[in-house]
Design a protein around this ligand. Structure first.
Ligand SMILES: Nc1ncnc2c1ncn2[C@@H]1O[C@H](COP(=O)(O)OP(=O)(O)O[C@H]2O[C@H](CO)[C@@H](O)[C@H](O)[C@H]2O)[C@@H](O)[C@H]1O
Length: 475
């Protein structure tokens, strides 16, 4: 099959979160299965662009409302990522350093989607599947099926994967003129609650829709930031496929970013050395258990609970653990964490920002990874932590529920709690400290057991192929 993934992020070209990891790995594993998977994404001005060689494969033009724009598509020459990578360049719109966060993001990603459709529709042989990821590509199923300009692709299956339904790509109707012509009676396919909603439109128009874990798909039917009835209505074409991890990038035995590589046999010593380095750098005691948090400091990840939970744990557990936080997000949370760092110097430290190398070193050096998420469609951090022998402490939601088993259960290897509350987090930290100080044998067993769990992409890549094939049945 020929599969085109359309995405705003792809590791290592540009990554802001888990979407980048998935788009950088899934196509590679699909190619390994004998399919032809390709990725098309915006050409941001990131380092990857300048460090690699490119060839021009297409040039064209499209209208964004009254404004005509020129676009070009370049391809990475050496198949460096294990699949064909195409970048869409639109001067003035996509040529920025960051992926998101600009005032004209609506125009930027509309321009991107129009350019992709304009390019694909000119292919002599259309691809077998167009696989769109998250709301930045959510209008493509509508554009392919219902606009005059692109309806040569109406019979080409579109698949839509929801990595996060909290962000929906709302566009006021006053910007509807930016879209190419379509029969106006079809405008209901774009709309939700009085605005154009890219995510809702994708759920309505894509041939198949999936989320990145089965539990999250279930949850969306009763908690989906306003889209609950839509998920209930469209449940027939919706499913959940658990994310995998790229074991070529995330392997503690070969990871070049670690101070010391290790595998299941050498984990105790290897992790001890990595922990020592991390603790030295952040001024913490390597004899104490190291609890880390890595991710966006936003409400969805319950990062706002961290300051109180950490403070309470330090008081209640007599500073029995060290805490290190890597992330950025809401300024209030960043400031509160930095205050905590001042107050509890030597016990708490933070790195506010994005740092891929440090993330790897923290997965390797930590004893516990804390993920109290209010919403977690799948979560990759806990999968990385399992592979790096770091016990995940997670709230029982979405993909966290599907991938972490509490150590109170038969062959459990993690710590789970129910409520996104300071009390539940502190109680779970207490269980973690008991495990670390009082049950070292069990702790070691959990570590070696979790490192062997297979969360590679092989199975999920096959599930996606089966999903694509199921579109043949729905023609
Ligand atoms: N400050 C920082 N420095 C370095 N690295 C950082 C970092 N902050 C985050 N990361 C990295 O970004 C990735 C985060 O992935 P997640 O899946 O946990 O979250 P995200 O919410 O972005 O993804 C969404 O999409 C993914 C993919 O489908 C779902 O798993 C998830 O549940 C959903 O919310 C990990 O690779 C992590 O190491």
């Amino acid at each position: 099959m020929e599969i085109i993934h359309v995405t705003a992020e792809c590791y290592p070209v540009a990554k802001a979160g888990g979407l980048g990891d998935v788009a950088g790995a899934l196509p590679k594993y699909q190619c390994a299965l004998g399919h032809t998977a390709k990725v098309v994404m915006p050409m941001y001005r990131t380092r990857f662009l300048y460090d690699n060689e490119w060839e021009l494969v297409h040039e064209g033009g499209q209208c964004l409302g009254q404004q005509w724009f020129h676009y070009s598509i370049i391809r990475e020459k050496t198949n460096k990522l294990g699949f064909d990578l195409y970048l869409v360049d639109i001067n003035g719109l996509l040529d920025r350093e960051k992926v998101y966060g600009y005032d004209d993001d609506i125009e930027r990603f509309l321009g991107f989607q129009l350019a992709v459709c304009d390019w694909l529709v000119q292919w002599t042989n259309l691809p077998d599947v167009v696989h769109c990821h998250d709301h930045h590509t959510g209008l493509i199923p509508f554009l392919m099926k219902h606009t005059y300009a692109f309806n040569r692709m109406a019979a080409t299956p579109s698949i839509f994967t929801i990595h996060n339904a909290e962000y929906q790509g709302w566009i006021g109707w006053d910007k509807a003129y930016l879209l190419p012509a379509y029969d106006t009676w079809k405008s209901g396919l774009l709309e939700w609650n009085g605005t154009i909603n890219s995510l809702a439109s994708a759920i309505k128009c894509a041939w198949k829709v999936n989320t990145v874990s089965p539990s999250y798909m279930e949850e969306l039917r009763y908690k989906a930031a306003g889209l609950e009835p839509l998920f209930e209505y469209e449940k027939g074409k919706c499913s959940g496929i658990l994310n995998g991890i790229d074991t070529q990038v995330w392997d503690p035995m070969t990871d070049p970013l670690l101070h010391k590589n290790f595998d299941g046999q050498t984990a105790k010593e290897g992790k001890r050395k990595n922990k020592k380095e991390v603790c030295q750098r952040f001024g913490m005691d390597p004899e104490k258990p190291l609890v880390v948090f890595i991710g966006r400091l936003v409400g969805e990840k319950a990062a706002d609970l961290l300051p109180d939970a950490i403070r309470n744990s330090i008081y209640q557990h007599h500073a029995g653990a060290s805490f290190l936080i890597l992330g950025s997000g809401e300024p209030v949370v960043e400031n509160r964490l930095n205050l905590l760092k001042e107050q509890f110097s030597g016990f708490v430290n933070t790195f506010i920002g994005y740092n891929e190398a440090l993330a790897h070193q923290m997965y390797a050096g930590a004893d516990f990874l804390l993920m109290p998420s209010r919403v977690e469609p799948c979560g990759l951090n806990q999968l990385y932590s399992l592979r790096y022998g770091t016990v995940p402490i997670v709230r029982s939601t979405g993909g966290l529920r599907d991938t972490v088993k509490d150590f109170g259960e038969w062959q459990g290897y993690g710590i789970r709690f129910d409520q996104a509350s300071v009390e539940d987090i502190v109680f779970s930290l207490q269980r973690a400290l008991e495990l670390y100080y009082q049950k070292p044998d069990l702790f070691q067993w959990m570590r070696s057991y979790m490192m062997q769990i297979d969360h590679s992409w092989e199975k999920s890549a096959l599930d996606y192929i089966a999903l694509y094939q199921s579109t043949q049945l729905s023609v």
